[in-house]
Design a protein around this ligand. Structure first.
Ligand code: PMV
Length: 324
């Protein structure tokens, strides 16, 4: 059977950085994110006896490292479904990959849903999230809808659940692309260095309290408190990266220009906060009513290559069209 799924990327407000189990991809801490309406990956999968090899085409390319990671995930699914057939996989993202916009989250969430269905499995949201997690940590958060928490736990208890549906809060993530350049160190590789930072144990000591507070601001829709906390969290993530051995510096000049601009805009009365992942691009979190004013102000910044406005979105879904 040929099955196609579409899944959103997500932006983490409390970050996943560092693992307590490398093989099972169990995170050092729980994380919280929002699914993004305009950063999506669509993936079609078909298992057939006539295929001699797995064929994997991602954004019209056959890149070896990506192919190996996809085949490893197909193997997990084949094992679950007791299936021997090889597969054809075609995947397309509508945004630049490897620049810090979490294409592995949308990519592996879409692949997990499409491939498991194509293999004849009918997995629950929880099982899909556990399976997606094993391929890419943040992918488990792209399975459920809206505002999501990825629970810290064991192999069977570490999965993502929806905290609130997409229409819970009218906020937006204005994604600002400052460079299309691909990052030199992937998040998978970067994650391994977290524990080399002298500040990592301190982060873990305080992270539970931070997560509880973030959920409170989210529930109460307290935008200034929420914004301040997510910005502090992004800077803490980058403090860990900067102080790892070897150090990880993902920022580009445009990243810093935007971080400074956000502070200036706030001082002038526009409530906007930033967050950044493993990459140079910046996520500006703003209430829906202020999007227009923000986008207008961004026009002054010469480093900006593109702007993608995102609203909270549903999670992974099956669709009835195919990419081949
Ligand atoms: O799931 P990965 O290995 O791509 O790691 C994601 C890491 C961050 O984007 C920096 C944080 C997060 O929680 O999404």
């Amino acid at each position: 059977m040929k099955v196609t799924a579409i899944a959103p990327s997500n932006i983490a407000f409390i970050k996943y950085w560092g693992k307590k189990d490398e093989r099972l991809r169990l995170p050092a801490n729980a994380s919280i994110s929002m699914n993004l309406s305009h950063l999506k990956t669509t993936t079609t999968v078909e298992f057939l006896s006539k295929y001699k090899e797995d064929e994997v085409i991602i954004n019209e390319e056959k890149e070896e490292k990506q192919q190996l990671r996809v085949v490893k995930h197909l193997d997990r699914i084949r094992k679950l479904a007791r299936l021997n057939f090889k597969a054809k996989v075609v995947s397309k993202s509508n945004f630049p990959i490897s620049t810090g916009l979490s294409s592995s989250a949308s990519g592996f969430a879409a692949l997990t849903l499409a491939a498991s269905k194509a293999a004849g499995l009918n997995l629950s949201e929880k099982k899909l999230s556990i399976l997606a997690r094993q391929a890419s940590g943040s992918a488990c958060r792209s399975i459920p809808d809206g505002f999501v928490e990825w629970l810290d736990g064991t192999n069977e208890t570490s999965y993502a659940v929806s905290l609130f549906p997409p229409d819970w809060w009218s906020i937006a993530d204005v994604v600002v692309i400052v460079s299309q350049e691909k990052k030199e160190v992937s998040s998978t590789e970067g994650q391994k260095l977290a524990k080399t930072s002298p500040f990592f144990p301190e982060r873990l000591k305080r992270i539970k309290r931070k997560t509880t507070l973030l959920k409170k601001w989210l529930k109460e829709k307290n935008f200034p408190k929420f914004g301040q906390l997510i910005e502090e969290e992004a800077l803490e993530l980058h403090a860990i990266m900067l102080t790892s051995t070897p150090s990880l510096i993902y920022w580009q000049p445009g990243t810093i220009t935007l971080m400074k601009l956000v502070k200036r805009l706030r001082n002038k009365g526009l409530p906007v906060y930033f967050t950044i992942n493993t990459g140079q691009d910046v996520h500006l979190i703003v209430e829906k009513d202020n999007i227009k004013t923000l986008v207008e102000r961004l026009k002054e910044v010469k480093e900006i290559k593109d702007i993608i406005v995102n609203f909270p979105s549903t999670g992974a879904r099956i669709v009835n069209y195919h990419l081949f």
